[in-house]
Design a protein around this ligand. Structure first.
Ligand code: HEC
Length: 170
């Protein structure tokens, strides 16, 4: 009995997908950490060759439905896009391949044209490192996000194009 309890506690403490939102501070603009992001589905991936990082771009259910049905111009309110970044390492068992290693950060764009009107319809937030430290000293940190995303304003401020995924024809 005791053994089972400590085993379960151990799993809760060490499992990488465990929810930690209760201990994660919100971003300086008040956006809460989306604790379930590790269960979201994939929109695309990218690899930055200059700083050797690998990324996965994820979406919540509303974003995934929009992405799979081509309804991303604009993305619907309620859609949340996530980007998780890792340092790359070379795969020891297959040196021609690279794979993600150290977690750098997870960052998000929350679509709500009214709530986030001051940042062009998206609420921005980033949490850094395994301790998920909220990024930014005050709410103005998001101007940095918006200005770098402005070159793609004609694509609703989103860089990522959903990667094609093929399944059985309906
Ligand atoms: C130096 C430019 C730059 C800055 C600053 C920047 N981004 Fe991005 N962001 C990008 C690029 C380029 C992509 C495309 C995907 C990639 O990086 O591989 C991207 C992608 C994203 C995505 C996935 C959706 C998309 O647009 O493709 C999210 C979410 C995101 N960024 C959030 C943020 C947040 C939050 C901040 C501010 C804390 C921020 N970004 C600041 C350049 C930037």
């Amino acid at each position: 009995m005791h053994k089972t309890i400590s085993l379960v506690a151990g799993l809760i403490l060490t499992h990488p997908g465990v929810s930690v939102s209760a201990q994660v501070a919100p971003a300086p603009n008040g956006i809460e950490f989306p604790a379930d992001y590790a269960d979201w589905r994939v929109i695309s991936i990218s690899h930055r060759i200059d700083n050797k990082t690998m990324r996965v771009i994820l979406g919540n259910d509303i974003a995934i439905n929009a992405a799979r049905n081509g309804h991303t111009m604009p993305w619907p309110n309620g859609a949340v896009l996530g980007k998780v970044v890792w340092k790359q390492m070379s795969e020891k068992s297959w040196p021609d391949a690279i794979a993600p290693e150290k977690f750098v950060h997870a960052e998000f764009m929350f679509k709500d044209t009214d709530k986030y009107a001051s940042t062009a319809g998206w609420g921005y937030a980033r949490w850094k490192g395994p301790k998920l430290k909220a990024y930014g000293n005050n709410a103005t940190f998001a101007t940095e996000c918006v200005s770098c995303h402005t070159p793609v304003k004609d694509n609703d401020y989103v860089f990522t194009k959903p990667a094609p995924m093929y399944t059985m024809p309906k």
